[in-house]
Design a protein around this ligand. Sequence first.
Ligand code: JCQ
Length: 256
Amino acid sequence: MRIDVVSVFPEYFAPLDLSLIARARQRDLLSLHVHDLRKYTHDVHRTVDDAPCGGGAGMIMKPEPWGEALDDITAGQQKPHLLVPSPAGVPFTQEMAESLAAEPWLMFACGRYEGMDQRILDEAATTMRVTEVSLGDYVLFGGEVAVLAIIEATTRLLPGVLGNADSLREESHNNGLLEAPAYTKPAVWRDREVPDVLLSGHHARIRRWRRDQALLRTAQRRPDLLAHIPEDDLDRSDREVLRGVGVEPGARGMAE
Ligand code: JCQ
């Protein structure tokens, strides 16, 4: 896979020279290029922003440097899928990461200030697929940190980037539930014990305990996820656990 990133802060992407992503690049599983948007300015101040038309606070990224950058980086080739982090984007999900991991070429445009001139995206969309993506309902200074997250979520799914043991764990969440808490040795640390069942060697009981914990955590922290669990995926114990925390299986708008 090829990835190009355009930003006024290319230094933000130093972590891509570390660890598993660096190794993927060394092994040519990933070809990754970071570009400085200011290289595509021509004035002495290397201006990339201007005041919003119609007034209002803050500044907007001006279209000319973006147009030149996208033209230059994609010249004479099949076009990439352009991803633009924005609080106004479609929610980024594991499912989207899986679909991005199957594409040959991704390009990321990092907005700053109050956003980008809409014509940058409209013009790009005439020659390439453009997707505005949101990492969540909060506002960052710019798209850079969101791009790092999307690159991590996507490249760890590329063939050969993770070991086989890890890739087998590619169940999206835990059948739609949050994972149970995990422990390692020592069995007692600062008077805190590892739950007995995990040291019992009873594999069926361990599996049941983890399932219960996953159901309880999901009910407490992410009740929205329970609505997507098909009712047929819940056994009698599952239903009992959920009823114990006031979730009525069947009477909660669950998937059919
Ligand atoms: C992404 N959730 C929040 C900030 C403007 C494209 O214009 C802008 C982009 C950003 C960066 O993205 C986010 C974000 N997901 O803040 C302002």
